[in-house]
Design a protein around this ligand. Structure first.
Ligand code: UDP
Length: 316
């Protein structure tokens, strides 16, 4: 098949391109490199079935020839306001790519009658009042809060994807991706796993925001790619959670990272860095994905972290 991946030079996008090429498809990756990195797809340069187009999908997308599948991943995704790659520093781009970029990607899909998959986010649930989060929970989101540029952009993206499905009959998928980690994350991305790994490998204190009792559930990239791939070939038009249901506190994560890296680092509590919009707990209910895709994560946290530490050591 001939496949377009928006955000193809990003962390998830580049792993997806690898997988699609390995499965024998032709892949056109589109990325403006605002948060993606050219080195993520450097290994694909010269591949006969791979093409990269540097383009901001918030502007009209032109792809010559027939397209069979569109994976729309393009978006900043780190909530860290201290990182230049976090969406709080890129609020207008984040809103534009979620709204205009999704509209353009849907337009390309409609013109080709291609199957369209949107990577949405657990952030559509906001700071959830229901735990764990099931797909039928509507969320607890502040439309003008510090994360609103991302949360609302993705909520709009889900709405317009659903509108194209209902009104234009487009075959669409919506994956709500929970915290995912692995090789190729930006070292300076600002999210908790890259921050902790860089700090531990440099024997610097791991910065815990708040008291560290907030929880997250971390999915290794290969598991996520498998879930996304299964979703694409399964006729599920309603949103589907993809993530790892193993929930831990941020403090526990810090302790595991220190142990696995053999670091001399301690822990530093930065209470003021934890904004009011930082969700207190997050864990996906993946019963629907289990039932409909026969999918669940296979790689446990320590195993995934070991693989990620190897990659970070190489790049630091
Ligand atoms: N966090 C932290 N130290 C860091 C970076 C993040 O304690 O150096 C916390 C952050 O406050 C949040 C959790 O780790 O509670 C996960 O943050 P991340 O930025 O990875 O993404 P989120 O899940 O909040 O979207």
């Amino acid at each position: 098949m001939r496949i377009v991946v928006t955000g193809g030079a990003g962390f998830i996008g580049s792993h997806l391109c690898d997988r699609l090429l390995a499965d024998g498809h032709e892949v056109i990756a589109i990325d403006n490199l605002v948060t993606g990195q050219a080195e993520n797809i450097a290994q694909l340069a010269g591949h006969e079935r791979f093409r990269y187009i540097r383009h901001d999908v918030s502007n009209f997308i032109f792809v010559p020839g027939k397209v069979d599948l569109i994976w729309h991943l393009a978006s900043p995704a780190s909530p860290n306001p201290a990182s230049p790659y976090g969406y709080p520093q890129l609020p207008i781009q984040t809103l534009k790519v979620g709204a205009l970029g999704t509209h353009n990607a849907l337009g390309l899909a409609r013109a080709n009658q291609a199957v369209f998959l949107l990577t949405s986010t657990s952030e559509v649930y906001g700071d959830p009042q229901v735990h764990p989060q099931r797909e039928d929970y509507w969320g607890h989101v502040d439309p003008v809060g510090p994360r609103s540029m991302y949360d609302e952009a993705k909520r709009f993206a889900e709405a317009i994807t659903t509108a194209y499905h209902r009104y234009h009959g487009l075959d669409t998928r919506i994956a709500r991706v929970f915290n995912t980690y692995g090789p190729r994350m930006r070292l300076d991305d600002g999210r908790v796993v890259p921050n902790f790994l860089c700090q531990a490998l440099a024997n610097q204190a791991l910065t815990i925001y708040g008291d560290g009792e907030q929880t997250r559930s971390f999915c290794y990239i290969d598991d996520l790619i498998e879930g996304l791939s299964r979703l694409m070939i399964t006729q599920v038009n309603d949103p589907l959670n993809l993530g790892n249901p193993h929930e831990i506190t941020v403090r526990e994560l810090a302790e595991i990272v220190i142990r696995l890296t053999g670091s001399r680092s301690g822990i530093e509590l930065l209470s003021d860095r934890r904004g009011p919009a930082d969700p207190q707990q997050r864990r996906p209910d993946i019963s629907r994905a289990k039932e409909l895709l026969d999918w669940e994560p296979r790689i446990d946290l320590e195993d995934g972290l070991r693989r990620t530490i190897e990659d970070f050591r190489r790049r630091l």
